[in-house]
Design a protein around this ligand. Sequence first.
Ligand SMILES: NC(=O)c1ccc[n+]([C@@H]2O[C@H](COP(=O)([O-])OP(=O)(O)OC[C@H]3O[C@@H](n4cnc5c(N)ncnc54)[C@H](O)[C@@H]3O)[C@@H](O)[C@H]2O)c1
Length: 346
Amino acid sequence: MSLPLEGRSAIVTGAGRGLGRAEALELARLGAAVVVNDFGQPGRDGSGDASAAPAEEVAAEIRTAGGRAVAHMGDVADHQQARELVELAIAEFGQLDILVNNAGILRDRMVFSMSEDEWDSVIRVHLKGHFNTTHFAAAHWRARSKAADAPVYGRIVNTSSEAFLAGSAGQPNYAAAKGGIVGLTTSTALALAKYGVTANVICPRARTRMTADVFAGIQEPAAREPEGHESSEGGESSASDGSSAGDGSEGLASEGRRIDPLAPEHVAPLVGYLASPAAAHVNGQLLVVHGGMVAVVERPRVAAKFDTKQDAFTYDELDALLSPYYADRPAGETFAAAEVLGLKHE
Ligand SMILES: NC(=O)c1ccc[n+]([C@@H]2O[C@H](COP(=O)([O-])OP(=O)(O)OC[C@H]3O[C@@H](n4cnc5c(N)ncnc54)[C@H](O)[C@@H]3O)[C@@H](O)[C@H]2O)c1
């Protein structure tokens, strides 16, 4: 039986490490030829010299496993380098079919302390980085679709975060960029549907260098014990950001070890699915994914509606309607969906 992504070509940005690496390996395992992009800087805040090594190592890992891959060392937030990335995929593999936008950095600070550079750099890498690659991939798909006078095959998987969904007080730049990526995704999904292209967005959670300190309190699982011996560890642990991570790894292990419930390998199969022909009717959707669990998050719904009794609202009329409404709402409740942090594998 042929693999679901056989004959497809893919770009995964920021694939030299962490989630992007796991996603590139999974797309290759499912049959895709992969361009492994990474800028390779040593700092998770985007500091230090760019390096080709992370992307080259992952591309080599894919080739060693029998797959097809090339490395691209480049900054996705640079418009020209993003163009070269898409052109490389087309030159190497004939066309582009799948774009996974994943590259990202962190520069956390409370809003009252954040510098202009901390704001700009995170918005630039995440939001502009997603736009740049999407722009060139979309132009490629639109041109091919117009030439063929028929839809083509295109898949975009973007990367947002629970920091946007649930709010994150210490990450105003990151939460805003991740919210922008959701807006970019739904806009792109609507614009490209007629060309045969889908765009979806995931909110992953995984132990990577980006979250090493957040999840430091959650132990990786020990080696699997022999049959009949119950391991004492497992159960629920709490991350320092208030999120919880249940041990959803039972039965997902290979080579005698249980998979870390926070392993990036829990996220990658969903990216493979969204990139596949099976997901042709999944478009403009947002899914939370981690630790053996996938949650479909629905669009916001209108909770209440008020109509003026005059030609237009006045301050007094709004005060009379909205103040009692908000007085009855639970204290601390905002537009953010804090409950997503409690999602876990059961
Ligand atoms: N780890 C989590 O729990 C988590 C949660 C929510 C969202 N995310 C998102 O998942 C994505 C991957 O994060 P991760 O946890 O694997 O982090 P990571 O730091 O392990 O990997 C990010 C990779 O992106 C690369 N990169 C950074 N800037 C780049 C640029 N301008 N151009 C190309 N490559 C660049 C880095 O070199 C690095 O290899 C990010 O978008 C992140 O915001 C992660």
